[in-house]
Ligand binder design. Structure first.
Ligand code: NDP
Ligand code: PYC
Length: 342
């Protein structure tokens, strides 16, 4: 039978997608707890149209688990270090279950001290970062997170790649609306989007990456095969990427983006690094008016012409998914069903 074209769209309810992904993860070697955390993250990204970190990532998770590079059964070890500092050793497993294991303690500390830090190390993060911070804003808190990834970005002014694509995610409550959330790679483009462009045979704008000779290229394949990405905004994005390496690796005890060697694990795709999350309780701030002040800021931004807030596209896609089901291609759905069984 000819393969179904990859353009046919399938709709699936969010809960069903989550359950299907959970079966895929368990079938390929994770514990139920790890599967739950990863499936929620991945299904949420697909639901919100964050396609570079939705079901597109599943083959990478599966090949990584098969390679023995990540421990899908790891049980994170949480340490209560100080009044506002929690440390988690993810034990070579994924970062999301490490966050889940420490979340209650982190919340308790943030509410009592006004601020708390969660430092995760010995962890693999292969996902969008906003699902890690947005739930804190839903509870009235402000959250900032950074994670470093794998060497593929040339620091501004350098000749060779060193940094990862190193995203920064931020979430804050806003009175009368969804929280304010942004989540952005500090590279000119996320590695996942370069892969998607290569798969589609599309050219990129200049300024995204270089080829193996360090020459500017618009060809995503050349960036992926021996080339590298550039930071966004030249020295400014480069400085932010450096900050992410410091906070996510040096401060947590995790690997810098260049410090791990996965060459003995063919199929390994998940960076083995660290993640930092800072949670602030704005009820401690002067006047306890943070969410109202957020609203005023958004209103003023809109008054001067901002027609699209960061996070707004995702919230719109989320509403559409709730009405019509989460979209993926028929081929992706068939692949997930096969992976859940075989
Ligand atoms: P984008 O450039 O697509 O978006 C970055 C942010 O800007 C989002 O919050 C987005 O909101 C917002 N935005 C986009 N366009 C506009 C606009 N025109 N006006 C106002 N706001 C806008 O994200 P990236 O490609 O940089 O990152 C994609 C994902 O990759 C992230 O989720 C990131 O966490 C993930 N990633 C993960 C890594 C890891 O190691 N785990 C490494 C690198 C990236 P909206 O969401 O509504 O579109
Ligand atoms: O898209 O750059 C990326 C990325 C790296 C690790 C996970 N996603």
């Amino acid at each position: 039978m000819p393969a179904r074209p990859d353009t046919a769209v399938a709709q699936i309810q969010f809960a069903d997608l989550q359950a299907l992904l959970q079966r895929v993860f368990v079938r390929h070697g994770t514990s139920e707890a790890v599967a739950r955390a990863l499936a929620f993250n991945c299904a949420s990204a697909q639901r919100d149209g964050a396609h570079s970190h939705g079901v597109f990532r599943i083959p990478g998770y599966v090949s990584t688990l098969a390679s023995g590079w990540v421990d899908g059964q790891a049980v994170p070890e949480v340490t209560d270090v100080a009044s506002a500092f929690v440390r988690v050793d993810a034990k070579g497993g994924f970062a999301q279950p490490a966050l889940a294991a420490a979340r209650e303690l982190l919340l308790e500390k943030a509410r009592s001290a006004g601020i708390a830090v969660l430092a995760i190390h010995n962890s693999h993060h292969f996902a969008a970062l906003w699902p890690d911070v947005e739930p804190f804003a839903d509870e009235g808190l402000v959250a900032l997170s950074v994670v470093n990834s794998m060497t593929c970005v040339v620091p501004h002014g350098a000749r060779r790649p060193l940094f990862g694509t190193n995203p920064i995610a931020f979430a804050a409550p806003c009175a009368g609306s969804d929280p304010i959330v942004f989540d952005m790679a500090t590279s000119a483009m996320a590695h996942g989007d370069v892969q998607i462009a290569a798969r589609k045979g599309e050219q990129l704008p200049y300024g995204i990456g270089v080829d193996s000779e360090g020459q500017p290229t618009r060809d995503p394949q050349k960036i992926l095969e021996g080339g590298a990405l550039l930071p966004f905004g030249e020295h400014k994005g480069s400085a932010l990427s450096m900050m992410v390496e410091l906070l996510a690796a040096a401060l947590t005890g995790g690997n810098f983006s260049w410090e791990f060697d996965w060459s003995q694990h063919p199929g390994a795709k998940t960076p083995w690094t660290g993640q930092l999350i800072i949670v602030i309780d704005p009820s401690k701030a002067e006047g306890n008016q943070f969410a109202v002040r957020s609203r005023q800021l958004v209103d003023q931004m809109q008054a001067v012409g901002v027609s699209r807030m960061p996070g707004e596209r995702r919230f719109r896609e989320r509403e559409a998914s709730a009405r019509e089901g989460v979209s993926l291609t028929a081929q992706e759905l068939e692949q997930l069903q096969a992976l859940a069984q075989g």
